[in-house]
Design a protein around this ligand. Structure first.
Ligand SMILES: *Cc1c(COP(=O)(O)O)cnc(C)c1O
Length: 472
């Protein structure tokens, strides 16, 4: 492979330079410097390679984004061609570029009927920041400026800027930097396993779904219905642990939002573009959001792009009564990013990826993962399209959680890495979100690697005495 001059270094040299200069996101820098960073050098399809030449199955699609896999020629060509033609021009001051307007039109065509307009950003965080401004602007224009509070959920992930991290419900993020900002409230998540000894005790998943949705109604009553502007949620919570809600949850949330006139915002940054087996998570779960944020899968991560789909309810008010909307980014509608997104949509459509996930690979993955339920350390598996969670627990039939200080998820993740698989740990929940181009054979390969990692983790747990010793 032809590497540019800067890339010709040994792993050790990379690790030294990295520890000296690169502050990584969501990373304990001291711990990483001691351990040494892993250097990923190239990718193809569902695989990436590290600087020692080892092939790794990327079951996380990078960070939930490389949906069409690595090395898609159409995206690469689209970027190169657009860079030659016009690498940048802005969308401020009454101008546009062909890729930006063409993508806006295309997004309107692939989203539910209420969406005809888009506001572009370069990331999911910026898209969710934009949501806060849009929602509050909408209620100002509607003559209800006291409607400011946005309700979100614990363990939600909506990004990492001040506003997006506030919308999110990650406790660890809130402990740093004085978050959340005012005007954000949180309710608990519809997490059947986590609530199995509490709110979900004795209930079916469906019964629990209604109970969890009613937490929104209780929160609205507490805040005052005339002060609540919007509810935001990921159809399936991604970074929170691939929490697939009971089928009853979202319809009940929709009913509550309708009843109180509250805007519904669907954060589709992970679920959008086919991940759940429909174009949008809201279609899988049966809601009609007023606003919808996207990023990640829109370009399959090849270049940064995000945005907000603005439904007609909000768009009409903003356009007809709003005057100038005092908000925007230098890279809103970046022509290279939009050209790549258009090529990405072509690949999704030509390869019928959404349909494949819904009818073929999604159900097949669910079936293969269900085989893991015989493993002594697997408490539940949950999947939706091509995103899945494997809940670790102490031996079946105990099904008790491990003590947090054991960090069993991190132990399992270590065994994955050592065995050529990227799987993420969220507490004791192992999660995957593989590229949507994956084949059945690759589902088998991934599930085989997962089982090996579970076996190795179990062996380690037995040796360490974290689980019951075998009875002879
Ligand atoms: C990743 C993510 C974001 C933030 O996107 P960035 O591009 O990292 O800013 C927002 N919402 C969800 C659901 C995400 O998974």
């Amino acid at each position: 492979m032809d590497l540019p001059p800067f890339a010709r270094r040994s792993t050790r040299e990379w690790q030294a330079a990295d520890a000296a200069h690169f502050l990584h996101p969501f990373t304990d820098h001291q711990a990483l410097a001691t351990k040494g960073v892993r250097v990923i050098t190239h990718g193809d399809g569902v695989y990436v390679w590290d600087s020692d030449g080892r092939r790794i199955f990327d079951a996380m699609s990078g960070l939930w984004c490389v949906n069409v896999g690595y090395g898609q020629g159409a995206l690469i060509e689209a970027a190169a061609q657009q860079m030659r033609t016009l690498p940048y021009y802005n969308a401020f001051f009454q101008t546009t570029t062909p890729p930006a307007t063409a993508l806006a039109e295309r997004l309107a065509a692939v989203t539910p009927a209420q969406f005809r307009h888009v506001f572009f950003s370069s990331s999911g965080s910026e898209a969710n920041d934009t949501v806060i401004r849009l929602v509050r602007r909408y209620w100002d224009l509607m003559g209800q400026p006291e409607r400011k509070v946005i309700v979100s959920r614990l363990n939600a992930y909506h990004g990492s800027t001040m506003a997006a991290a506030s919308l999110g419900g990650m406790a660890a993020m809130h402990t740093q930097g004085g978050l959340p900002i005012p005007g954000i409230a949180h309710i608990d998540q519809p997490h059947f396993w986590a609530h199995r000894h509490g709110a979900a005790k004795g209930l079916s998943r469906e019964e629990f779904g209604v109970v969890a949705a009613r937490w929104l109604e209780e929160k609205i009553a507490e805040i005052g219905p005339d002060k609540v502007a919007a509810f935001i949620g990921e159809p399936v919570q991604g970074a929170g642990g691939v929490v697939v809600p009971p089928s009853t949850y979202w319809p009940e949330i929709q009913r509550i939002c309708d009843r109180h006139g509250i805007l519904l915002v669907s954060d589709e940054v992970v679920c959008g573009f086919g991940r759940t087996g429909r174009w949008w998570g809201c279609e899988t779960f049966g809601t009609r959001p007023d606003l919808m944020t996207f990023a990640k899968g829109v370009t399959s991560g090849y270049v940064p792009l995000g945005g907000v789909m603005v439904g007609e309810r909000v768009a009409r008010v903003l356009i007809e009564r709003g005057g100038e909307f005092e908000h925007g980014y230098t890279y809103s509608g970046h022509p290279v990013a939009c050209a790549v997104a258009l090529a990405n949509l072509d690949v999704i459509e030509q390869q019928q990826l959404v349909q494949r996930v819904r009818e073929d690979t999604g159900p097949y993955l669910a079936q293969q993962l269900a085989n893991l339920l015989d493993h002594p350390m697997v408490g539940e598996v949950q999947s939706c399209g091509l995103m899945a969670a494997i809940q670790l627990c102490r031996d079946i039939p105990l099904r008790e959680s491990f003590a947090p200080e054991i960090a069993i998820g991190m132990a399992c993740r270590g065994h994955c890495f050592d065995n050529g698989l990227v799987m993420r740990a969220v507490g004791d929940r192992m999660i995957v979100a593989p590229p949507l181009i994956m084949t059945r054979a690759q589902v088998d390969e991934m599930c085989g690697l997962i089982r090996q990692a579970l076996d190795r983790t179990y062996a380690q747990a037995r040796t360490a005495g974290w689980v019951a010793q075998a009875a002879g």
